[in-house]
Design a protein around this ligand. Sequence first.
Ligand SMILES: Cc1cc2nc3c(=O)[nH]c(=O)nc-3n(C[C@H](O)[C@H](O)[C@H](O)COP(=O)(O)O)c2cc1C
Length: 618
Amino acid sequence: MMNRFLLRSTRASLPMAVSRHLRWLSTQSVKDSFQKVSILYGSQTGTAQLFAMQLQQALQCAGKECTMKAMAEVPPSSLTDDCLHLFLISTTGVGEFPSNAKSFYDGLSSSQNEAAAIPYAIFALGNSQAHPNHFCAAGKALQQAFQTKFPSAVQVLPLRLGDDAVCIDDEFDQWQEKILRTIAKGTESTDDETPTSETSTPETETNVPTSRIPTNYPELHLLATQQSHDDTPDLLGIFPSFYKENCRQRMEVTYNRNMHPHAVVDTGLHEMRLSLPSDLSYETGDHIMIYPRNPDLLVQAYLSYVLEDGVDPSQVVNEASQAGHYPHPSGISVYQTLSHCVDLTAPPSPSFARWLTSSKSLEYRQQISQPRRTVLDLVMENSQVEKVSLADLLYQLPPLQPRYYSIASAASVHPYEVYLTYRPVHYISSRGSLRDGLCTTFLQNCKPPQTVVAGLVSNPAFRLPSDPQVPVIFIGGGCGVAPIRGFLEELVHQGTSRPKNVSLYLGFRDRADQVYHQLVEESQGFLQECHIGYASVGSLVTKALARNAESLHQQLVSQGAHVFICGGAASFGAAIRKTVTDLLWQGNCSGTIPDAEAATTFLQNMSSEGRWHEDLSD
Ligand SMILES: Cc1cc2nc3c(=O)[nH]c(=O)nc-3n(C[C@H](O)[C@H](O)[C@H](O)COP(=O)(O)O)c2cc1C
């Protein structure tokens, strides 16, 4: 299933200009230019930034002079040919640049330098399952702009497309390895051909080094303090400035319930309501990001079993030397850092896992990433794995990231409140351990009037069409009902003048999950179709769509309908996309879509016209 969307490496004939560059690459001047490296990242939720930090540490260990900045902090005109530029760039929104990279790209688009032989390489981050039509769009656009605007620039490695839907840590590790090798050689392949882009190729175990993790971190200074270690820190002051632009705020929980109170297991749909500070507003279809924290018991377990003896949780962490390298906020206690800043539930990266287990032949996916084994698991399950130093843990584990939720309320009806719908995640891993989702468990335990740290995230591509004559088709599965609930509430609020041109296709695992009966009742005035099924979510919805193939075809092809697909990325989103593609050409009533290829193009055009909207979660 996963592999269906993987792009294949495309090998193109080497243009004259590129072969000139490869010859140029082997000269002394380019080897010299590799002495200095500039890492530039564009990151919306921190992954590219984390990779940038890891890369910087690895390069510094290799003795390179290396700087790291967000792309927005650097004007393209300042790029020089005496330094290797490494870009790590994610894609956000619908094929868009992260906010801390956009100005760089705009600057690049309006500049031109025919002569500068700037060496560069790009690692793009994206998700092929959730965004097949805009997979790594920002990384691809960046490469395109470089090739057009700086025709003499030298791409030292082909564009690497890192895919969240596969194992992006592994892919990044492989790319980093190639970068280190390229720098060491001072030249790249002199093949006759070079791929323009490449995706994951399984790494053979024999070429995986075990001792790759850099351990010469800048020194951590630990200061004794009178402060009790469990004092709640000023969260709004401690997160990196990177997040500040997202207007994070403390929001008060006003309501938090399992909407199916008679459920035996507490894994039904839950609704949480958060009161908005008066200076914040949102639009229906926007997202909210929530900053979770690690449960106290887990922090205690890391202190007792994972960290070397002698770590005092009340000491304050200060990074005195080489300021700017420490990935967390300075000046808060060890305990607070472990609670709020490091993701203790995340599997260690491939290189850290190999280093911990001293194993060259670690099948990362099978042994670490799929069972989601954590550093705690590795230490507890394996007597060979030694306790780790505080510095190892703080530098090697990923920073705790906010989690995104679709807002489930209409802004016009609840201007001062945000609703979100979530399902607590509890499951048994493939190795038999009980696992709890970090953020959903955190949400589940929040009781009114507790506050959470959250931020509103604009999602401008996810809006109802302004013209009420345009038909709207909502297709949702499970928790995906959240944004659809917001839109229905908005339409009910707009009143009865709307024609009956809205179609609703919803699928739930369980009858108890259909918690919005009343809203669906109130929507009957504008619902042209209403199909709600229970059991296997995807297949029910696809069957309902197939039964209505003719009207669907008409709405999409002749009436300019907008489609909103909301649910799981891996199975639901892919199944709906395939069903609609098939229905479009197989039930080709108008004769305009003769085959599968034309149907795929039609869907792509819908997407670029802003008529095909997806809100899919991994
Ligand atoms: C709101 C949102 C929109 C996204 N849009 C895209 C997209 O259009 N194309 C894509 O390939 N990936 C998309 N992604 C996936 C991210 O690029 C991917 O998760 C990446 O690892 C995030 O890196 P970052 O944390 O550095 O921003 C999106 C993710 C989010 C949360």
